[in-house]
Design a protein around this ligand. Structure first.
Ligand SMILES: [Ca+2]
Ligand SMILES: [Ca+2]
Ligand SMILES: [Ca+2]
Length: 282
């Protein structure tokens, strides 16, 4: 037990070290007080204990907290030069959130505390799903040229990657390559579909969903793009409205924290050319 007047050591380090069982209610209160401070500071509150001087001080290997090295942990290292940490038994919180996940299974990041796990989940996945009944023709179903996420500051980010769950049937479909809907729209050139050459449809510029769906993300190496309330999602669909030819086709737009197909939440539908859907209620 910690000496009276001293605070228990709490470790909120970002490595997410396993916290040990807490044994007494008194320690709960003390730990709670320390937690309040820890939320602000995000770091070790006081130094490690020393088994030579501190009663109930026990040391374990950092790489394997199950290994007791109390007799062999000096200045944070064992004789075998493995890193170790000493704490006063019973002074750590029993972290009920050990298994908690945020967003897509990630608790915080290198710069944030594990306790940030209470943050709301991050929506990074967008699904555009064909709602066409009985899709037919050379380009069956909704013909998606591009999908974008427009942030509140006006930045328009285009779909950068596809989830492997994307499902576009190539049977009888001349535009079934889903990568054609990544990046900025390219089916409209000079303000006209296919540069005004409507008889020369460039099937490499769009994806005909053929009753299926595409799941995309907007993050790239330079930016972690989340879909947030106040953003807008835009779908560039090729059809009568956009081209003065072909069909306008209906589709649904949904978002999710993961690409688990059962987890998507609808944010809107479209079916007349370029549609911009406000994101709310996430
Ligand atoms: Ca079509
Ligand atoms: Ca395209
Ligand atoms: Ca269409």
């Amino acid at each position: 037990m910690a000496a009276e007047g001293s605070l228990p050591r709490l470790d909120f380090s970002c490595e997410g070290k396993k916290m040990m069982d807490m044994r007494t209610l008194g320690m709960t209160i003390m730990a709670g007080l320390a937690l309040s401070v820890g939320l602000v500071g995000c770091g070790n509150l006081i130094e490690d204990c020393d088994p030579e001087f501190d009663e109930d001080c026990a040391c374990t290997l950092d790489d394997d907290p199950g290994v007791d090295v109390t007799d062999d942990c000096i200045n944070g290292e064992t004789e075998d030069q493995e890193f170790c940490t000493c704490t006063i038994a019973g002074d750590l919180l029993d972290d009920d959130d050990d298994d908690a996940t945020c967003g897509d299974g990630v608790c915080g990041d290198d710069e944030s505390c594990a306790v940030d796990c209470g943050d709301s989940p991050s929506f990074r996945f967008v699904m555009v799903e064909d709602l066409t009944r009985n899709p037919s023709g050379d380009f069956p179903g909704a013909d998606v040229d591009a999908i974008s996420l427009i942030k509140r500051d006006g930045d328009e980010l285009f779909a950068a990657s596809l989830s492997s769950d994307t499902d576009v049937d190539c049977a009888g479909n001349r535009a079934c390559d889903p990568s054609a809907l990544l990046g900025p729209p390219d089916a409209i050139r000079g303000g006209k579909c296919f540069g005004g050459q409507l008889s020369q449809v460039d099937a490499s510029t769009f994806t005909a969903l053929n009753g299926g769906f595409a799941v995309v993300q907007f993050s790239d190496r330079s930016r972690d793009a989340k879909v947030e309330n106040g953003d807008r999602l835009r779908v560039y669909e090729i059809g009568a409205t956009q081209c003065g030819a072909f069909d306008d086709d209906p589709y649904r737009v949904s978002v999710s924290v993961s690409d688990d197909l059962g987890s998507f939440v609808e944010v809107g539908t479209g079916g007349r050319g370029v549609i911009t859907i406000p994101v709310t209620g996430l």
